[in-house]
Design a protein around this ligand. Structure first.
Ligand code: NAD
Length: 357
């Protein structure tokens, strides 16, 4: 039994609709297991621009820093498309990641038997289900490296530099090894070590660390091969760890093969497993306020919170099992609806999951 403080940044568009369902599920978990989850609802994104004139007010940042974990809905929308760059709603996410030092991004890609038809791959490739977790380095590498223009051999040229320190590599690998220990104990380090010096440093650090995790089977794969294997034989993967840019691409590829962005959660963690949890989808302005959004990604995000920040595995599993049971019972929001299924809205989907906790 514990007390947990959660900062809730519901955000814009469907963000508030889906986070509301996720909070209800957490409250039900608390009632069943005797935990107290306290929610501190704060503004970031477009709604914060409207209320305070800035996308990430100091008070929101302070609340997120003070909390044990952060639940985020989604930010942005057409209303704020013309806001100056520094205050774009999406900048709130970058600010939160930076200020909370969230360097490790966890993106599961799971195919539910009940939704196997939504997978664009041949049935035999994903038969028996698929459950991959991609651990992406989030605050280093080429997206944050030195960049600029200069006069080169052929005239004006631009450059972006990929840099990784041993410290940055070892902390993300530690995280990935620990996550692998909680799952299938297989870790694949994806890189381009045949070409890139920085990739060779990743391998060196991984080799030095692997004796600390003797139960984890460590392997390496080049990114080009990994992109191919992801559609050829994705079931071979358990946990993948990779750099910022490779992870950006590979995690989108993996999410695509599951068939729906309305189902996929994510976590971003710091060095002490404090984290920000959010669905991978955006604010979906086209369906906002219409009770059409799928709340499953947000609900599974709080399951990840229970597992990775609060280490409450049984409670996390109860949420995952409830989601599986609801999908097996045929309940579908519009994004995953197919003929013969039971069409429901956001609130009804949330209620069905809640009823199975
Ligand atoms: P989006 O993910 O919001 O929507 C893409 C499509 O998927 C839309 O048709 C939408 O209706 C559908 N969709 C998304 N989530 C769904 C759900 N839970 N249930 C049912 N259908 C769902 O991406 P977009 O349209 O490119 O972006 C819309 C806004 O969201 C933009 O302002 C963008 O910058 C922002 N955005 C925010 C985040 C974030 O907060 N993490 C991520 C991506 C995009």
């Amino acid at each position: 039994m514990g007390n947990y403080n959660i900062a809730v940044v519901a955000g814009d568009g469907i963000g508030p609709e889906v986070t509301k369902e996720a909070m209800s599920v957490l409250t039900a978990i608390g009632e069943k297991w005797g935990h107290t989850f306290t929610f501190n609802e704060v503004l970031a994104g477009g709604c914060a621009i409207d209320a305070y004139g800035e996308c990430l007010p100091e008070s929101t940042l302070d609340a997120c820093k003070a909390a044990d974990a952060v639940m985020l809905g989604a930010v942005g929308g057409p209303k704020w498309d013309n806001v100056a760059n520094a205050q774009r709603p999406e900048k709130a996410l970058l600010g939160l990641r930076k200020e909370l030092d969230l360097f490790s991004n966890l993106r599961p890609a799971k195919i539910y038997d009940a939704l196997a038809d939504a997978c664009p791959l041949k049935a035999e490739i994903v038969e028996g289900g698929l459950d991959i977790l991609i651990v992406r380095e989030l605050t280093g590498g080429i997206y944050f490296g030195e960049r600029g223009y200069r006069e080169g051999k052929y005239g004006n040229e631009a450059y972006d530099v990929e840099t990784y320190s041993e410290m940055e590599i070892s902390r993300i690998l530690k995280n990935a090894f620990e996550v692998a220990m909680q799952r299938g104990k297989k870790l694949c380090c994806v890189d381009k070590a045949n070409v890139l010096e920085s990739s060779r440093l990743w391998r060196k650090v991984a080799e030095e660390m692997k004796s600390d995790y003797p139960e984890v089977e460590l392997s390496y794969m080049y990114i080009d091969n990994a992109a191919m294997q992801m559609v050829r034989n994705p079931k071979q993967f358990d946990v993948i760890v990779t750099s910022n840019m490779f992870g950006d691409i590979l995690s989108d590829e993996a999410s695509m093969i599951t068939g729906s962005i309305g189902l996929l959660p994510s976590a971003s963690l710091n060095g002490t497993n404090k984290g920000m949890y959010e669905p991978i989808h955006g604010s979906a302005p086209d369906i906002a306020g219409q009770n059409k959004a799928n709340p499953v990604a947000a609900i599974l995000s709080v399951a990840m919170m229970l597992q990775y920040t609060f280490h409450l595995s049984a409670e996390a599993e109860a949420i995952e099992n409830a989601v599986t049971a609801v999908l097996e019972a045929g309940y579908r929001t519009g994004d995953i609806y197919s003929e013969g299924m039971i069409a429901v809205g956001t609130k009804e989907m949330g209620a069905e999951i809640l009823a199975r906790i």
